[in-house]
Design a protein around this ligand. Structure first.
Ligand SMILES: *Cc1c(COP(=O)(O)O)cnc(C)c1O
Length: 296
């Protein structure tokens, strides 16, 4: 199982120069050709555990545009597992980009109602799935569990110590937890929430509890840049993606990385960071999701 070393790239922008801050981007979207981004990092130790435990099948959950479903399907194909994707909601034909890719990797898709989907962590529900599909290695929605956090932590520990801040987008919080646990003590971690609401701090704290880990760095979830909620966009966000790509030649996804970079630009503009601050943002991938917004 091979995850590539990814480059750290300096971003040149008159806004950063004026504010006297340095912004660099860790290009984790390049860590694996098909699996890609934080979903690849989160899968690494899950795939190793599944192999160790003698499993030949992975089962997981997600929405129809899920980066995680895409990643599990690709990982199954690349590393020799059967894969089953339990998809929230009804089947729509023709299949969208995410699900047709998953199917092309050999993933079996099962659609379940939103009500049934809410029961996805219940024992009886999982027992029914076992009766139907046979034994499998279960990966939760979004891929967040203890091995996932450890995979992210490992990547973050490999980053040379040179920064004051790490920035990362937040969905289920697993990636943020790994970034906080892998960061040197002096680094502050900002997580930009892609969801509406203020529950994510608690979610991340619960992951620390499960890991029996005490974070030594300071960290904070920023909740001001969700653009209306999960997978919601506004024209200014789409315009930002275009400008960013034109300036840096780097693609962003509208659900996660664009909201983080937009938020970071805004905080810099507000003068939140003192001159001389060195910021490393982590590109978590998700580019497969662009197709669902008409971006290619
Ligand atoms: C899933 C995802 C996230 C959020 O990761 P969590 O561990 O669920 O918080 C961030 N960025 C991208 C591109 C993702 O696909």
């Amino acid at each position: 199982m091979h995850w590539q070393e990814t480059p750290i790239q300096t971003l040149q922008d008159p806004l950063f120069a004026q504010a006297g801050v340095e912004v660099l981007l860790k290009r984790e979207e390049l860590n694996h050709p098909e699996v890609s981004g934080n979903k690849a990092l989160k899968l690494k130790y899950n795939l190793m555990l599944a192999k160790e435990q003698g499993h030949d099948t992975l089962l997981t959950f997600g929405g129809a545009f899920s980066n995680h479903i895409h990643a599990v399907a690709a990982a199954g194909k690349a590393f020799g597992f059967h894969t089953i994707g339990i998809i929230r909601g009804e089947k729509h034909e023709p299949l969208n980009h995410t699900l047709s890719f998953a199917t092309s990797c050999g993933m079996h898709l099962q659609y379940i109602s939103r009500e049934a989907y809410r029961r996805k962590t219940e024992e009886t529900f999982l027992a029914d799935l076992k009766a139907q599909w046979g034994n499998f290695y279960l990966i939760p929605e979004g891929g967040t569990n203890v091995p996932a956090v450890l995979g992210v932590r490992e990547m973050v520990q490999s980053i040379p110590a040179a920064y004051d801040y790490y920035c990362v987008p937040v969905g289920t919080g697993g990636t943020m937890a790994g970034v906080v646990l892998g960061a040197p003590q002096r680094v502050k971690v900002l997580g930009f929430s892609s969801l509406k609401g203020y529950f994510l701090t608690e979610t991340v704290n619960n992951l620390f509890k499960q890991l029996n880990a005490q974070p030594t760095t300071s960290w904070q979830v920023v909740s001001d840049y969700h653009f209306g909620g999960y997978a919601k966009v506004k024209p200014e966000l789409l315009a930002f993606i275009e400008t960013f790509e034109a300036r840096h030649g780097i693609l962003l996804d509208p659900v996660y990385t664009a909201k983080m970079m937009y938020g970071l630009h805004d905080l810099i503009q507000q003068g939140v960071f003192p001159k001389g601050t060195k910021i490393l943002a982590i590109h978590t991938g998700g580019l497969q999701g662009r197709a669902g917004f008409g971006l290619f």
